[in-house]
Design a protein around this ligand. Structure first.
Ligand code: SME
Length: 156
């Protein structure tokens, strides 16, 4: 497909519904994981304008920063630490309406107010996480969970 993204207005579900097939087309047939993670982060950031969208990948027993869009971020996160390390430890999506109320939240950016972290799972093992941060409180909900979980299920 052309490398232009069609950005739409509308409610969140409408935005995801427009974006998902475009993301699928971008990554289909491309075996390189870094290329695909980079385009997924860019597409989500472009459509939704969130503060930070990116991936951490499990390497040597830690989460290590991968492709992302947004301000510079912490490079390494241990299992069980912060929202990302907790999502990894629990192999579960975490929706955090107010990061200041999440014990152990790692503040990569002082502008971050709410966050969602979705684990990347293959054969029952977490191999990374998708982390999205917003400058607004209560940004993420079950709609984000559903669509972001669908997107990460495409990542090999
Ligand atoms: N806030 C995350 C750390 C990663 S940055 O937000 C990009 C956490 O608590 O795990």
């Amino acid at each position: 497909m052309a490398e232009d993204l069609s950005i739409i207005q509308g409610n969140k579900a409408e935005q995801y519904t427009s974006l998902l097939p475009q993301i699928k087309a971008l990554i289909t047939g491309e075996p390189d994981q870094v290329a695909n993670l980079a385009n997924i982060a860019a597409a989500l950031k472009e459509q939704f304008g969130w503060l930070w969208v990116g991936f951490y990948l499990v390497k040597g027993g830690e989460l290590v920063l991968g492709p992302f869009q947004g301000p510079v971020a912490c490079t390494r996160i241990r299992k069980g630490r912060g929202v990302c390390g907790t999502s990894w430890a629990q192999a579960a999506t975490l929706v955090v309406p107010d990061v200041e109320k999440f014990p152990g939240h790692i503040a990569c950016s002082s502008l971050s107010r709410s966050e969602i972290v979705v684990p990347l799972v293959k054969n029952g093992e977490v191999f990374g996480v998708l982390d999205v941060d917003s400058a607004e409180l209560n940004e993420f909900d079950e709609v984000d969970r559903k669509f972001l979980e669908e997107i990460v299920s495409w990542i090999e």
